[in-house]
Design a protein around this ligand. Structure first.
Ligand SMILES: [Zn+2]
Length: 130
């Protein structure tokens, strides 16, 4: 069950914009992500809000899992985008990021290099830990 977030709240992905100006419309399918980074941000926000529906919808059909279970014990604290490529005129994109989490009082960082493909809009293909 996803957590509702008011459009005037600060977006969890950390742009400093409100949710309604940032990831909200992308997750609701009202706006295509213009860049691979914007899609990545919306996916991070989906993790933060338990929005499994958007995580699956934003996944490229060639690698999309049938279903997805999110760990309810993990709380996502912050996203740092370290490198991003993939704009409106590209077909492939890449985003290197660090996502900070806390679970049972312990903090950790997930570092990944994610690959994206623009195929009817930007979609997540796969990622490797780094
Ligand atoms: Zn956002």
């Amino acid at each position: 069950m996803s957590t509702a977030l008011d459009d005037t709240a600060r977006c969890p992905c950390g742009t400093g914009l409100t949710y309604g100006e940032c990831c909200g419309p992308i997750q609701r399918g009202q706006r295509e992500a213009p860049t691979a980074e914007a899609l990545m941000r919306s996916r991070y926000t989906a993790f933060a809000l338990d929005d499994v529906e958007w995580l699956l919808a934003s996944w490229h059909p060639s690698t999309r899992p049938r279903s997805l279970e999110l760990d309810p014990g993990i709380r996502w604290l912050r996203l740092d985008i370290e490198h991003a490529a993939g704009g409106p005129f590209d077909d492939e994109g890449m985003v290197a990021f660090a996502a900070h989490w806390v679970a049972d009082g312990e903090r950790g960082v997930m570092r990944e290099l994610s690959r994206f493909r623009r195929d009817g809009g930007w979609r997540y293909v796969d990622g490797t830990a780094r």
